[in-house]
Design a protein around this ligand. Structure first.
Ligand code: NI
Length: 398
């Protein structure tokens, strides 16, 4: 049986993939600087007998594992490989040795799992028809996102995959479990930078000034109405301002200028574009009606992540078959962003969560914290399930 074959191979490779994960964890590299990581991945693939190509989007590595009749159907599997600017606070022997850099988002786990998948699939090349494209993607954590660059470089062509899977560590979920959500899953994320220009002066003489602080106050209230009054209420959206600063100003001084910084997130690309225009129009209108001037700048981030309904529902059923129904959960929508979304805008995609927590062992820290870690048994689920999904998806006609 295929399931048992995959499970026993995953068992067999667990200690090797654990060692690989620990190596990656010790030598994390920042987005767009994953030089050694890329080399290491390429060396491992070569050692497993898999041809691969380095240099994609900088330090990315792409490989193709061919089954029987390799052109029949192609699917893609993606792991991100970069780390974060965080100083690890941990006593584990595999603690980061690169000062100030840490695999605090589990991309070392994603990478090791995909290397495990690579090894499993090469052992099972007679079990499937078609090919599996492995995408070791750099720079998930930094705009414009490695995924967007890979797509521009043609990662989804020659050959073109018809579906793509990605997984992400999830500390709130116990090790051994996984989670899925078909449809809208994660948000687009855009950074807003607003400069309001007025005319400063004495706080006791507001009639001689144009008060940018009062304009900013109206603007913050006004822009919230884009979300509450202009957007389709069935589409999740959030607008948050996290920073407000004036240049100068005091209890009795009206400053010349106020700067606002915020984030706008939603789950519909059409609305996203409309909201950008409406926010700028409203901000400029409010400022000019009060005699001031507003510069509205949007730094566009990742699009929203859409999990293909058919593919994701199918993957969930397959996961239940592989792990048992009790180990597969439904996930809620998240307003965080992820650059896997770029693939999901191009083709049927499924991004699921891998349980990595273990309350009994005290492994509970969330991602992006300096104490983050995983229960390494997650590698077993991570490499096994992904191999299973890949082969089963290829077994499906067309
Ligand atoms: Ni991540």
């Amino acid at each position: 049986m295929l399931k048992e074959k995959i499970q026993s191979l995953a068992d067999e490779y667990l200690s090797e993939m654990t060692a690989i994960r620990r190596h990656l964890h010790q030598y994390p590299e920042l987005s767009f600087h994953e030089v050694e990581t890329g080399k290491f991945i390429s060396e491992k693939l070569t050692e497993f007998g898999i041809e691969n190509e380095q240099g994609w989007a900088g330090n990315g590595v792409i490989a193709l594992i061919k089954g029987k009749n390799p052109t029949r159907k192609v699917i893609a599997l993606r792991a991100d490989i970069d780390a974060l600017p965080i100083t690890e606070d941990s006593a584990v022997p595999y603690k980061s040795r690169n000062e100030g850099i840490m695999h605090a988002c589990g991309h070392d786990v994603h990478t090791s799992c995909l290397l495990g998948v690579a090894k499993i699939l090469t052992k099972l090349q007679n079990e499937f028809e078609g090919s599996v494209k492995l995408i070791f993607q750099p720079a998930e954590e930094k705009l414009p996102g490695g995924a967007s660059i890979l797509i521009k470089e043609g990662v989804l062509k020659n050959p073109s995959p018809t579906a793509i899977f990605g997984q992400h560590v999830h500390p709130p979920l116990e090790v051994g479990k996984v989670g899925f959500r078909p449809g809208m899953y994660m948000a687009s994320a855009d950074e807003l930078y607003i400069t309001i220009k007025g005319k400063g002066g004495h706080g006791a003489l507001p009639h001689d000034c144009i008060d940018p602080i009062l304009i900013a106050s109206h603007l913050i209230i006004g822009l919230q109405q884009i979300v509450s009054r202009y957007m389709d209420p069935t589409i999740p959206a959030v607008l948050t301002f996290g920073k407000i600063n004036s240049t100068g100003g005091a209890t009795n001084i009206i400053p010349n200028e106020v700067k606002l910084e915020g984030t706008f997130r939603t789950m519909n690309e059409e609305w996203r574009e409309k909201a950008h225009q409406q926010m700028a129009t409203m901000a400029e209108g409010i400022a000019s009606s009060m005699g001031g001037f507003c510069e509205f700048h949007i730094e566009k981030g990742y699009p929203f992540l859409h999990n293909d309904e058919v593919l994701t529902k199918k993957a969930k059923l397959l996961a239940e078959e592989y792990l048992g129904k009790e180990n597969v959960v439904d996930l809620p929508i998240r307003m965080t962003a992820e650059d896997f979304a770029f693939y999901s805008q191009q083709m049927p995609a499924c991004f699921y969560r891998l349980g990595t927590g273990n309350v009994a062992k005290g492994i509970t820290s969330s991602v992006h914290t300096n104490t983050f870690d995983v229960d390494e048994d997650c590698l077993l689920t991570g490499m096994g399930l992904m191999s299973w999904l890949a082969i089963k998806e290829l077994k499906n006609a067309h």
